[in-house]
Design a protein around this ligand. Sequence first.
Ligand code: B12
Ligand code: SF4
Length: 506
Amino acid sequence: MSKILFISDNMLDEGLGIMSLSSYLKTSGHGVDFTLLTDFNKIDDLFRYIDKSDPDLIGFSLMTPQVDAFRPITNLIKRNSSRKIIWGGPHCMFMAEDVAKKEAVDFICVGEGEEALLQLMDRLDDGGDYSGISNLWSKKGNTWITNPIGPLEEDLDKYPPPDRDLYYSKYPLLRDFAVKRFITQRGCPYDCAYCFEPSYKIMYKGKGKLMRRNSPARAVQEIRDVIAKYPTRLVHFSDDVFNLNKEWNREFLRLYKENIDLPWTCNVVVQGMDDELTRQYKEAGCRGVTFGLETGVEQTRMKLLRKLTPNRIYSEVVKSFRKHDILYMSNVMFMLPDETLDHALESMKFQIELQPFGSRPSMLKLYKGTELARYAVLNDLCEGVGEFTYKAKDEKQEHPVIENLEWAGQLFIKFPFLFKYAKKIMASRLLKFFNEPLTLYYTYWHNVVFFKIPPIQALRYFLASREAFTKGMGKQQVDNFKPIDSKEGQLPVTFQPSAENIKAAV
Ligand code: B12
Ligand code: SF4
C-alpha cells in the first residue's frame, strides 16, 4: 500500500481537510504521515524526516496565503529528491492554472479530494496509469493533463469522520486544546462578491447537489466520539453558515441537547436567524455566534459586496442575541473599493450601535477569481496587484489611517464616547506606538474569552504558534503590490464571472 506524508505549516491551520483525507485513505489501507514545518529548524532536518518517513507522495493543503510558505519548501524538496508532490486545497481549486504554471508539483487536486487522492494512491501502488482521474491534474513530461471535475458526493455520511489522531497523537497541545472544531456541511447558497463560493458554484455547475450536510445523528455522533477521546471544553462549528435549514437545525439541536453537555459556538448569517431559533440555540448550549457584517454601510454591503442583508435585520437579530444571552462577534472589512475614511467611520458607527462582544476587522485583499476583484479591476478601483490579490485604490491616501481601525475599532466599541475623537485617535503618533499590542490584545484576547480557552493554554498555544500570529499569517497576508498597469496586472482571473453577475453585483 502506498503512503502519503502531509506537511502543514503551523498549528493554527489545523486542517479538517487533511484529517478527512487521512481517514478516507486509511480505511482503504494506505499509509498516512503528518508533520508541521514548525518542527524543524533547518531544511536538512525536514529532509531527514522525509527520508525516514519514506512516503510515495508528499501532500500540501493550501489556502492562497499559504503559497508563500509552501512554495520554497516544495521547490527544495523537488530539487533534492525524486519524490512525487501533490498540492490540494482551496488555492488549487480556485487558482489551478497558476499552480500548474508556477509550482514544482507533479499533481494538483482541483476539487474535493477524497476520490481523486484515493485513486492516485491506488495507482501509485500498482504502477497503473493515473492520467484519467477526475479532479486531478497530472504532469506528463512538460505538459499538464487537466482532467475535468467529477460529480459531487451527495452523501457526506459516507465519509469516515476526520482522523484527528493524525494531529493529536503527535501534538499534545492540539489534543488538549479546549476547543475542537467540526464541520457538518459543504457548499454555501449565498453569493457574496468577495468570497470564493460563487466561483465554486461555476466550477461545480452540473456536477450534482452543491449543498450537502451530514445527517444530524452522524454529526452528533462524531462530536460524542471526539469529546470522549480528547479533552474538550467547547465545540466550534466551522461551517460557513451553521443556521441553514431550520429543520436540520431543530433536529440537530434536539440531539445535541440530549447527548452533549458542552457549550458551542458557530458562524451564522443573520437573515436566517429569528427569535425562536435563537432561543433554541441557547437552550441547546450555544455560547456565542459570529456573523459577517462586512461593513456597516448598508448600500455598500448590499450592492457592492452582494450581502443582501439590511442594517435593520442586524439590529433586530442582535437584540434577540442579547435577550437570550448569546455572545456575538462581527467580522468586518475595511479598505473596500472606493472606501474613504468617512465611509470607514460610518461603518464603524454602525458596529458601535450593534455592540458586539468582539469585532474581527480585516483589511480587504481582493482575491483574483472573486467577483469583487473583477469588478474593481474593470472599474479602475484598484491600484496594485500582488501575486494573487489586488489592492483597492487609495485615492485620498487614507488607508494608513483606516488601517488603525484594526485596534481602534474595538476601543470605540468598548468606549463609544471616544468615537467623537476617532480621527484624532487614529492619527495619533503616540497611540500608533501601541498599535501592535492593542491589535494583539483585541484580536487575540476576545477570541480567548469567546471560546472559553483557559488563559495558560491560550498562552502556550500562542507561544507555540507566535510566528504565525506575529509574522507568519500577518506576513503571509502582505502582498508586494505592483502598479496595476504592470504586465502581471493583466493576468486573467481563473474563473471569470458572467457579465450579468457583475451587473447584478453593482
Ligand atoms: C475553517 C476555515 C479556516 C480556518 C482553518 C483553516 C484550515 N486549514 O482548516 C482558519 C480560521 C485558520 C482560516 C483562515 C483563513 N481562511 Co479560511 N476557511 C475555513 C473554512 C470555513 C472551512 C475549511 C474546512 O475545514 N473545510 C472542510 C474540508 C473538508 O474541506 P477542504 O479543506 O477544502 O479540503 C477538501 C479539498 O480542498 C481537498 N484538499 C484539501 N487539502 C488537500 C491536500 C491534498 C494533497 C489533496 C489531494 C486534496 C486536498 O480535499 C478535501 C476533502 O474534499 C473554508 C470555507 C469552506 N467551506 O471550505 C474557508 C476558506 C478555506 N478560507 C479562506 C480564506 C480566504 C481564509 C483567510 C485568507 C481569511 C483571511 N483573510 O484571513 C485565512 C488564511 C489563513 C492563512 N493561513 O493565512 C478561503 C480560501 C480561498 C483561497 N483562495 O484559498 C475559504 C475557501 C473561504 C471562502 N469561501 O472564500 N480558514
Ligand atoms: S455567506 Fe459566507 S461562505 Fe457564503 S458566500 Fe457569503 S461569505 Fe461566502
